[in-house]
Write a protein that binds this ligand. Structure first.
Ligand SMILES: [Fe+2]
Length: 427
């Protein structure tokens, strides 16, 4: 049977996995039903304005403080969440990550690039994941940022304190900062994908402006889990990410022991294939902001800390127009990934599913020479771009790349070559 979810974005939900576990009136009664402990998980400052105020009350088997001291995990940190420290103005493109090693979700993470950090609550880090093993007795949390996971190959099961979310490529899953969770493979073989770890303000739906009430991602398609708990005792490990370093703490029970909860600080998933794409029906190629699924605003109106935009299947009908993305130089910085299919600005190969590209601040980019030739000469009939799903993390701050991202077999050394073949047409 297909899993049931709670539908809506930004809603205040209530869910209980045991009848009567949720207190009827108070948040923290003197005694909680079924011998549970009441605990609040805050997602915003206590005093944040009402429409930005995020919190969830958890009714759990044991309080989450019941764990041993955290000890540093230097080796695992050095292999996974390495610091983006090199600024590089070049257009960069990477091959997919596909490790043959037997490893779990945390062991299979590699940071590619990023800006800002958890200490300053600004910016985003882009990680890739490749894993084939369940986490077993290990659980994870990031005190730094929200984990926006973009599966690219293989279905995943994300078990969180608030319940379980299943996701396949084409869907995204967000686990908010501070929440404990586990990511396990639902299919055989390697599960690969992307993670945008957002340190800035939580993602919200973009304003719709002149579009009106309908269009882009609809709030009802965002799905939060129903309460589900593990009542397990034994030896368990909690891996926490604090200021870009991993720490490990032992506990004698599963930390996913929340029997009931209510609040608006929740994990959720969204099916990108439900995005109502808006585009031109006359001429010209609109700016890619028209494809924004979620935005993390900065303190400056209209300038995002990071926008998550997608390039989904759609009809191309513009007349007298060069239809693929135009040549441009952007004051914002663009990391792009490809979930499946082909991206319409790069039809001569190189940008492959699971791979990525970075066009940092003012790095010139646009269609490759072959795409330009084809699109300039093609007969402009309505054409459907089908079976494609690319995405972008567009950030106001330039990205720095990690040592790992500079590795020879990972970084494509010849990316600039795709733009060297433009013919001089001017006479
Ligand atoms: Fe761009």
């Amino acid at each position: 049977m297909e899993k049931q979810y709670l539908s809506g974005f930004g809603n205040h939900f209530s869910s209980e996995a045991r009848a009567g576990a949720l207190p009827a009136d108070q948040n923290s009664p003197q005694r909680v039903a079924h011998g549970l402990y009441a605990e609040q998980l805050s997602g915003s400052a206590f005093t944040a304005p009402r429409h930005h105020n995020l919190y969830t009350w958890l009714y759990r088997i044991r309080p989450s403080v019941m764990h041993k001291a955290f000890v540093p995990m230097k080796e695992l940190t050095a292999k996974t969440f390495t610091k983006p420290q090199h600024f590089n103005p070049n257009q960069m493109r990477w091959n997919p990550l596909n490790s043959a090693e037997s490893q779990d979700f945390v062991e299979g993470i590699r940071t590619v690039c990023g800006n800002g950090g958890g200490e300053e609550h600004r910016g985003i880090h882009v990680h890739l994941y490749s894993f084939n093993k369940a986490m077993g007795s290990r659980y994870f949390m990031s005190a730094d940022g929200d984990f926006l996971m973009v599966p690219q190959r293989g279905s995943i099961q994300v078990k969180t304190e608030l319940g379980i979310i299943d996701a396949e490529p084409g869907e995204i899953v967000l686990v908010p900062r501070g929440m404990r969770f586990q990511v396990n493979p639902l299919s055989s073989g390697n599960c690969t994908g992307y993670i945008g770890e957002n340190f800035g303000s939580p993602f919200q739906l973009p304003e719709l402006g002149p579009i009106g009430a309908n269009g882009l991602a609809h709030r009802r398609h965002f799905l939060a889990p129903h309460a589900a708990f593990e009542d397990l005792e034994g030896k368990f490990e909690l891996v926490g990410k604090f200021a870009d370093e991993l720490w490990s703490a032992e506990l004698n029970h599963s930390p996913l022991d929340v029997v009931a909860w209510h609040g608006n600080y929740v994990p959720y998933k969204y099916d990108l294939r439900k995005f109502n794409t808006i585009n031109t029906v006359s001429f010209d190629h609109p700016d890619p902001s028209i494809f924004t699924v979620l935005t993390s605003p900065s303190d400056t109106a209209g300038v995002a800390n990071v926008d998550f935009a997608i390039f989904p299947p759609r009809w191309m009908v513009a007349e007298h127009t060069f239809r693929p993305p135009y040549f441009h130089r952007n004051c914002m910085s663009e990391y792009m990934g490809l979930i499946y299919g082909e991206y319409d600005a790069k039809t001569s190969g190189g940008f492959v599913p699971g791979g990525g590209s970075l066009h940092n601040v003012y790095a010139a980019h646009g269609p490759d020479a072959e795409t330009f030739e084809k699109a300039s000469a093609t007969d402009l009939k309505p054409v459907r771009l089908s079976e494609t799903m690319a995405f972008m993390f567009e950030s106001r701050t330039p990205y720095r790349v990690t040592d790992y991202a500079m590795k020879k077999d990972f970084l494509q050394g010849d990316y600039q070559e795709c733009w060297q073949g433009f013919k001089k047409g001017f006479k």
